[in-house]
Design a protein around this ligand. Structure first.
Ligand code: G6P
Ligand code: ZN
Length: 545
């Protein structure tokens, strides 16, 4: 019998409130004595039937990953969890975790990641709970965890020596079995079921050049397994392919600012036909063609319009969903296909019920996330393979595909402006100012149009009727242009203000404008209304996508 210790702490932690995607804090915060352990204790208290259950535990390899996994396994043993599954080296992407939870009928999974935030001792760390459907825990559970964490003055742990996680194996500790497994195979087998790897690899070998940027994060081994080992492409098609604790200093967020090296290769040097990148934990993606950036909202629309090209979706799809700030490009496709299109708040967890009840097959967000009912997370490599399959089937370039799409459906010009890590009081002041103006804005003129809707978005889940309020301020104009203002729920420093702009041009209008030009009236009028540049003392946003 291994000794279970009950560790007492002086006073409870009051700041363990999960945000958009789990508890995310600086690495240093998580290094504080008992900080991680208490949150894990709170998570385990939120789960029922641990004694008959399997739990999956893995992470994106950032600083603290293995040490956290060790502690979690020790706490699980103390709680008599029946089985804990850990991937070799502790590396498991978020979509692969989601798949493993489903495949193993696990009660859930604990993902150690701060997603696209930088890692290392000076970066961020995070803990996320996914539930038995494979998706992020809904708010009702994260609230329960937060409540429990605030009351905890002790936790249970079994401080025994564990094997290092470099080899496969099964170990028994009292009532708990620890299984160290291969984190790659299940996932790449799933991809092989959805996509035609032979068709993609023939296409890539003959007509196309691919570069995939894993940003020194978790997708490196998965991409090598799929593109190099399974499809037989040259190893150098994967760059930054070794997961590093600090992501080699990169900020593993696949956008034009933080994946600028890849953007330069595709957009300026035009060295490859197709480029893609994923984030720290592998759920986000960015798609680029030679000279062409694909906006994530457009990516969802293209994916929805081309299901016939992909074996896994040939039989049709039931519906689609997008988060509120995501552009309405996919709505146009859904209308043409005569399928429902749901509008949810920001956060993948809101897609869970829709996917579980088969109301939707595909979903996506402007924040570089797209996915389907194959798992309950967004899936970066899935999106990359989806695009490659469509291109292989159509034998065309990314820019041709985009242009043909807009010619058929029209173009929703779209851009997001982020003011990152600004003082919290300034961000709240701007947000508060707009909130108090909403009532008066209705019926007034904005960017040359009348304001049709001015509200704070709220959502009633059509499956369980739960209500989520305060999900972002939005102005909808009489031409359906939209301006949305949100405060990020994933940052760890100060506050991040996000502004989203959208304007629809029908196929007869100019479809080749720079989005910043097409959206200028909206951008300028919002700044005039809220004094954003003055209050933030920033002439331009930190990131523009
Ligand atoms: C995470 C979630 C996404 C969400 C995004 C929003 O990546 O998984 O579902 O869209 O955060 O982040 P934000 O910083 O805008 O709250
Ligand atoms: Zn992520």
């Amino acid at each position: 019998m291994n000794q279970v210790s009950v560790i007492n702490i002086n006073s409870p932690f009051l700041d363990q409130k999960p945000g958009t995607s789990g508890l995310r804090k600086s690495t240093l915060k998580f290094q504080e004595e008992h900080y991680l352990e208490v949150f894990i204790e709170a998570i385990l208290q939120s789960l029922e039937d641990l004694k008959d259950s399997t739990l999956v535990v893995g992470g994106d390899g950032r600083y603290g990953n293995i040490e956290a996994i060790e502690k979690i396994v020790q706490i699980c043993i103390a709680h008599k969890v029946q089985k804990v599954i850990v991937p070799k080296f502790g590396l498991l992407s978020t979509p692969a975790t989601s798949h493993l939870i489903r495949k193993e009928n696990a009660i859930g999974g604990i993902i150690l990641s701060a997603s696209h935030n930088p890692g290392g001792i000076d970066g961020d760390f995070g803990v996320k709970l996914n539930i038995s459907n494979g998706g992020p825990a809904p708010e009702i559970i994260t609230n329960k965890i937060f409540k429990a964490s605030q009351l905890l003055t002790s936790y249970k742990i079994c401080k025994i020596q564990l094997p290092d996680f470099c080899q496969y194996g099964t170990y028994l500790y009292d009532e708990t079995t620890l299984e160290i497994i291969d984190g790659l195979t299940d996932y790449s087998n799933l991809m092989e079921k959805i996509f035609d790897f032979d068709q993609i690899s023939d296409f890539l070998k003959k007509d196309y050049s691919l570069i995939f940027d894993a940003m020194n994060a978790v997708t490196g081994p998965y991409a090598k397994n799929i593109f190099v080992e399974k499809m037989g492409l040259a190893p150098d098609c994967v760059m930054n392919g070794n997961p590093l604790k600090d992501f080699g200093g990169l900020h593993p967020d696949p956008n034009l600012t933080y994946a600028s090296h890849l953007a330069d290769l595709l957009l300026n040097k035009k060295s490859y036909s197709f480029g893609a990148a994923c984030d720290g934990d592998g759920d986000r993606n960015m798609i680029l063609g030679s000279g062409c950036f694909v906006n994530p909202s457009d990516s969802l629309a293209v994916i929805t319009a081309n299901t016939k090209c992909v074996p896994g979706y040939k039989d049709g799809i039931t519906g689609v969903a997008r988060s509120m700030p995501t552009s309405s490009a996919v709505d146009n496709v859904a209308r043409a296909l005569n399928i429902p299109c749901f509008e949810t708040p920001t956060g993948w967890k809101f897609f869970g019920n829709l996917l579980d009840s088969n109301l939707i097959t595909l979903c996506g967000e402007e924040s570089f996330g797209t996915g389907s009912n194959h798992v309950r997370e967004k899936d970066g490599l899935w999106a990359v393979l989806y695009w490659l399959q469509v291109l292989a089937e159509k034998k065309c370039s990314v820019s041709d595909l985009m242009h043909n799409h807009w010619t058929q459906f029209g173009r929703n010009y779209y851009s997001r402006h982020d003011y990152e890590a600004i003082p919290s009081n300034i961000a709240h002041q701007i947000f508060g100012n707009l909130t108090s103006m909403l009532e008066n804005l209705k019926g007034n003129s904005f960017a040359g149009h009348l304001v049709k809707v001015a509200d704070n978005f709220s959502y009633i889940d059509p499956v369980d009727n739960s209500i989520s309020e305060n999900q972002g301020l939005r102005l909808v104009l009489d031409d359906n242009s939209r301006v949305i203002v949100r405060l990020s729920g994933t940052g760890t420093k100060g506050a991040t203000l996000r502004l989203y702009f959208e304007k629809f041009f029908d196929p007869q209008q100019n479809l080749s404008l720079n989005p910043q030009i097409a959206l200028k009236p909206l951008i300028n009028d919002l700044d005039a209304l809220l004094n954003i540049s003055k209050l933030t003392q920033m002439e331009t946003p930190t990131v523009i996508t």
